[in-house]
Each structure stands twice: as structure tokens, then as C-alpha cells.
Design a protein around this ligand. Sequence first.
Ligand code: PLP
Length: 383
Amino acid sequence: MTNPGFNTRAIHAGQTPDPTTGAVIPPLYQTTTFAQDGIGKLRNGYEYGRGTNPTRDSLQTQLAALEGGEHAFSFSSGLAAEDALIRALLKPGDHIVMGNDVYGGTYRLIDRVLAPWGISNAAVDMSSVETVRTAVTAGNTRMVWVETPSNPMMKITDIAAIAAIAREAGAILVVDNTFATPYLQQPLALGADVVVHSTTKYIGGHSDASGGAVVLNDSGMAEKVGFIQFAVGAVSAPMEAWLTTRGLKTLGVRMDRHSSNALAIAKWLTGRSEVERVYYPGLTDHPGHQLAAQQMKNFGGMISVSFKGGEKAARKVAESTTVFTLAESLGGIESLMNYPSEMTHASVKGTELAVPENLIRLSVGIEDVEDLISDLEQAFSSL
Ligand SMILES: *Cc1c(COP(=O)(O)O)cnc(C)c1O
């Protein structure tokens, strides 16, 4: 078929029925090694599990098809994917410019693991194109790292504008597309060189499999990333890859529901007297609303909200819900509640990336939205 749509690709890319039995769902190849028909005579190139595994290949084909990239690599976690990418493409002496509200673990990896190995960084406000232009010093900056919408402040970055700045400076533009997912946003089409994911979140979508991914077009970069994936070995395990593939097939329908539930909740929150500010790009008064409407298909399932009653009120609400579960992570079918300053973003406390203490972050699931709103109503009544 020529030009199949997103959901058709999600369900069929890399998912050819098993040639031996006709099993409609490609089997889980829970194996570490493969029989050879004579020394070096491999069957379809399969040799050893760290190098290649058919279940991982199937996920990689599916991921590439959905992000519109030529090559995809699957890893054991989002951070393993990021580490492999940076070590594959940069060397000591290189400089990274990243958003000043990137995922806390990304900041920790770049600033505390990679900096001692000679890769310097600057964290800047990515939603300001002029600030990024100033920070990217041509020749020295080799990589620009964008997360949009950002976590947890939900800032929107203009991917096409930053891509132009990066290209001019000879730097690689990486977009962490975890929050938006390829269903809502296509960074490669907007000019990014590389997309990274924590597939642990929306792509897997069921909070039961950790993983990460790198997707890109350039074959020279792909060869380097593939070499690190093999030589370092932080690959996704067959079971995790299989579960991620299963989850990914329903990404489109899930994101539609996450987005409509989140918009209804964001509107409800906006009308509450306890609330200081609602951070959701789907609200027309969000500073990045116009841009998000241009570069995204919809606004996704993540909302942050700050309280007039300060840290005390935020903590109280976070600990009072019954349908929203107090837990780290995001992007699953179930709604989660997070207090970033002590949970997901504890690693950046006291740094320039610190998150306000009166803020909670909601990962809005796909339950019935009336139940989610009454749960919040009930939690607010404790204030
Ligand atoms: C969770 C997350 C990561 C890290 O992924 P892991 O799978 O936890 O290693 C990176 N970026 C964003 C935006 C995330 O939410």
C-alpha cells in the first residue's frame, strides 16, 4: 500500500504474520542466541541477542515507520537511548545546548555523567528562539536538545526555528518526543535530525515495559548509533520490546482520548479558586498555544497546575486522590499524580532547573473523564 495512514502503520509496520506458522502476531523471540547452518552461516543474519533479535527488529521497524525516519534503535530505557546517542555522535570537547526545563534525568546524564568526560553544556530557555541563537556558538555547539512540550512546565519550543539555528551552526538537533508522541508531533518532518523517546511512557502506554528509542534518517549517524547499541549493549529485552510493540499499535486512539480528557480537566481546573495557574498548551491563554496548534495535531495528556495555597496545598491534593495514583512516570492508560519537586524532579532540586514547590503534574489517563473530575473535586475539598 502507498502512503498508509498513521494507525495503519502502527498496526502493520514490522508486524508481518510469522512465516512458519501464520501466527498473526509475530512471536516473542525469547532467546539469546541463534543456530547457525555451518560456521558463519546465519539464518537471516541472526547471531546473538545483544546484536539482533527479531522481536526488537519488529519494534524498530514500527518506530521508524511512525516517526517517519529511516532508522530506529530500541534500548532498555529512555536514558540508555540518550546516553548511546550522545556517546555515538559527540566526543570530548563538544558542547550541548539544552532546554532549562528538560527532563531531570536528561539534565543529570548530560551534566553529571557526561560533563566529567569532557562534554560541556548550557541550559537555556528553549521557548525563546533569540536565547537559543545566542547560546549556540557556531563550531563548538555540536548538539541542541529540545523537549516540547517540556516537563513539567509544558513550555512549547518552535522545532522548525531551532532546526534552522542548529543547521546554520552545524549542530545536530535532537527532539525528545516522549510527551507529544509521533501521533501528535513529527519532529523529523519539522527539521530535527534525531528523535529520542522514553517508550516507557506513551509509546508502551500501559506502565508495564521500560524502554527507549532513537529514530533518525542519516545513515552515517545510524551506523554510529547502531555500533554503540551493539558494543555497549543497553538493548531492549525481547519481552519488553514485544510489550512495547503491542502498546504502540493503539497509540492513536489512546492519544485522542488522553488529549480530550486533559482538555476537559484543564478547563475545569481553570475555573477553580484554589488554582494559581494551569499549564496546558491546549488552553488558549497558554503562551505556546498558537505554536503548539501549528506543530502538534492535538495537545496531549499532560497538565501541570500550581496552587495559591503554596506547597502545602499542592502536597495535600497530591495525597488525596483515589482514581489518580500518586506515582512517578506518565503516559499510561491510568491517571497518575506527581509532585515533581520531591518525585520526578528531585534530582534537579537546588539547580536552575528546580520546579516550583506549589506545583503538581497530572498524567491524565483514558478513564471516564467525569470520574477523574469528581476525584479532583473530592481532593480539592480537603483544602
Ligand atoms: C521518562 C523520561 C525520560 C527517561 O526515560 P526512562 O525510560 O525513564 O529512562 C526521558 N525524557 C522524558 C521526557 C521522560 O519523561
